[in-house]
Design a protein. Structure first.
Length: 114
C-alpha cells in the first residue's frame, strides 16, 4: 500500500496550489479519501473529505470556499485545489484513505509566506 502526495511548495498569500495523492496497492475506488494537515506545534486536523464515488464532500470551516477536493478513480488519485492561500494554511498536508483500514501518505509541505 502506498499513498504518494505531491504539489506542495512555497507560495505567496493569495496564491494557489494543487496537491495530488496517487494511491497503489489497494482498491482506491472503494475508499473514502481525505486530506489532513499538521501545522508546527499543532495537532493534525481534517481539511477535506470525499466519498468513494466522489458524490459528496465536506470541508473544515477554515477552508470552505477556498479549497476543493476531487478524485479521479480511473487514475487512483485524489486532489486538493487550494486557492486564496493564507499564512495560516502553512502545514504539512497528508493524504488519508479509509474503509476498514486507514492508510497515510508521507506528507507534502505547504508554506504560505511573502
Amino acid at each position: 500500500v502506498q499513498l504518494v502526495e505531491s504539489g506542495g511548495g512555497v507560495v505567496q498569500p493569495g496564491g494557489s496550489l494543487r496537491l495530488s495523492c496517487t494511491a497503489s496497492g489497494f482498491t482506491f475506488r472503494w475508499y473514502t479519501m481525505s486530506w489532513y494537515r499538521q501545522a508546527p506545534g499543532k495537532e493534525r486536523e481534517l481539511v477535506a473529505i470525499i466519498t468513494s464515488a466522489g458524490d459528496s464532500t465536506d470541508y473544515a470551516d477554515s477552508v470552505k470556499d477556498r479549497f476543493t477536493i476531487s478524485r479521479d478513480n480511473a487514475k487512483n488519485t485524489v486532489y486538493l485545489q487550494m486557492n486564496s492561500l493564507k499564512p495560516e494554511d502553512t502545514a504539512v498536508y497528508y493524504c488519508n484513505a479509509r474503509k476498514f483500514e486507514s492508510y497515510w501518505g508521507q506528507g507534502t509541505r505547504v508554506t504560505v509566506s511573502s
